[in-house]
Write a protein that binds this ligand. Sequence first.
Ligand code: NDP
Length: 329
Amino acid sequence: MLYRNLGKSGLPVSALSLGSWLTFGKQIDNGVAEELMSIAYDQGVNFFDNAEIYARGRSETVMGDILKKKKWDRDSYIVSSKVFFGYLGKDAKPTQKGLSRKHVVEACEQALKRLQLDYLDLYFCHRPDKSVPIEETVWTMHNLIQQGKILYWGTSEWSAQEIMEAHLVARANHLIGPTMEQPQYNMLVRQKVEVEYAQVYSTVGLGTTIWSPLASGVLTGKYNQGFVEDTRLSILGMDWLKESALQKENIQRAQALAAFAKELGLSLPVLAIAWCLKNPNVSTVILGASKSEQLSENFGALDALRLLTPDVMEKIETILHNRPAPPEY
Ligand code: NDP
């Protein structure tokens, strides 16, 4: 395993980590979830990602039960949760969601209970909340750190400006600002990580825990010959994801990439994950898997990194033809 510090913090996080969205407590049974975490931990993964909203809290409960059963040393792994959507999702009452002090504190307590932990290593604001003053959220996160309930806090899908606002408030009040951001990043979605955050990496030392490295499975090539049932895109209620994931240009890119991966002697998911890892501003790539074979295969990305020479990266650019325009200063 490769370890990278989470941004400018001193926390070493495994370059590949494991997340539980749509899988734990939902698509897979608890035995498979345990297998996935065991494979990951044995491979040197030290970060397990979660959120209050995942399977309406069940994902945290399942992960908590597994951690309890496995009895791994608490200081050998990092666990996250995220607050914003509320564990009741669409059914959440006004005080049961968002980034108010009330909800952030209560959601933290609830996550700790479900995960059966004394503290969260990472706590993310799952989305920005325009209805709450940024001062309130920054103070709340700082206080949770002071209370030992969380160790680092961060954001997910915030704009560069919102992240900088949080840092300005933190600086002005001698508080701890956000350490990391959790954005989507993969061969098909590049703008935020490659352009929008370009300055934030150096100005505040932002770390990134990136999500959907395989674009929900599209970058495995499994949809290249048509739709396949029994995958996340066929889960009831996932029509919105299916629609955005299976756009024609995504499939065309996946088809061309699959052929190129074959030339390199790699599978497409391995190539796609290694490509994410190649970006030095990515602290960790969060993997998702519904089967243990998928996860084992995806760890091949660490070895594949050495094949991604500048020449190969340029060939990939030609295939993707979606390099975002560089930032204008
Ligand atoms: P991916 O884009 O990598 O998708 C993972 C899914 O792709 C798997 O569940 C599986 O789905 C399929 N898959 C993975 N590997 C293979 C393989 N080798 N062969 C065939 N199919 C494969 O990542 P996720 O979208 O799951 O994101 C990873 C994590 O990021 C999440 O678990 C979560 O922790 C986090 N996240 C955070 C978000 C945020 O807003 N902060 C949003 C989304 C995710 P299947 O078998 O069903 O096809």
